[in-house]
Design a protein around this ligand. Sequence first.
Ligand code: PLP
Length: 456
Amino acid sequence: MNLPFEADHALQQDDLAHHLHPFTDHRQLAADGGPRIITHGQGVWLWDTQGRRLLDGMAGLWCVNVGYGRPELSEVARRQMDRLPFYNTFFQTSHEPVIELSKKLAGLLPEGLEHIFYANSGSEANDTAIRLVRHYWQAVGQPQRSVIVSRKHAYHGSTIAGASLGGMSSMHDIPGIPIPDVVHAEAPYAWESGKGMEEERFADAAARSVEEAILAAGPERVGAFIGEPIMGAGGVIVPPAGYWQRVQAICRRYDILLICDEVVCGFGRTGNWFGAQTFDIRPDIMTMAKGLSSGYQPISAVAVGERVVAPLLERPGRLPHGFTYSGHPVAAAVALENLNIIEREGLVEHVRETVAPALAGGLGALADHPLVGEVRTLGAMAALELSPESIQPGGNLPLGTVATRVRNLCFERGLATRAVREGLVFAPPLVITTDEIDTLVDILTGCLDAVAAQLR
Ligand code: PLP
């Protein structure tokens, strides 16, 4: 849809006047004349009001796994809205979409995760996980186990509890965050803290930091460790081989519950249904969102294993937790159909067999680019760490300047990506083809060349 300039400009002015955006520098937005306004999407492609086409290298926000423009999903939503647009799941009631979705998920999840609680967002799912952990330890007579260990660079959401679990300092920049009883270990981030270290030694060191955080808090006070199998928003931080095995052994040693945040990694992104399967993690609790509905409806889920659920189901009184829209029928129906699409079209296998090698090959070839320090890929996720200092030794540009420049140029040239510190991340819709990956790599290469030339 190509809007006349005046109409587009009017929309931008209305947005600037009335819309408070998430994670946005509003002064910069105003200086830029307002937001780019997206009108529609198809497959991996987006269009804006000026008729420009963008390859969505980020699947929206790591969520549009089945790609844009799926009539099956809009049809299911319409039918469910006509039939039962809402009813709650509190107080001894249920409905077919949430029952069918729960059964479907229990069949897909790693063995032992059989009970599912619903919320609307990843943040709420992680808040719920903290509450369930604390209810669990209360129910088994150890209420003092209220501490949750998370990691630097983690992202677990933007509610007060989600931001507290997260390990990004900018998210802790107001009073009261992190909330009490949340502590952070180091991230398994070799580019930052393991350069030149052998992989196994680095896995040891990163896991030891988790143990040190537990010991510092007092193991008898720690209820759970939470981690994304691969840290997404923190910069697609792929842990070294053996890291998760070590972390699991530590959790077992101190009898600490393990929460896997699969909000990004879930539903095919790592080449398995869940990141836990890719890294052989056996979580007690798993949180999910995003790819659960491919972003077509806001819905998240918390899967709880037998150990945690049994005392919660047996204890007298009701579980004092829930959201109006927990298990919303339209969101549940759409999520169920989304899972059917992923299954029917073999998208998990497509990631493993086609997307993963093509991204690894295409982006991997950029490791030799003068502006690139490191390339990491796994499944349909990737990160490039930029090293402007190799072009401008001692240049001392503020961190993020060059990545932001490359990202902005990518948008101008038709590729949506995201800058994280001095790097770029990619997580395209899982339906991406090898030709589209070639296009992604071509646009990116041109932008890296152009920014490298500016720096010389
Ligand atoms: N957990 C992870 C790993 C995420 O990446 C995100 C969002 O990006 C969240 C939780 C929070 O999800 P939401 O934005 O839906 O609250």
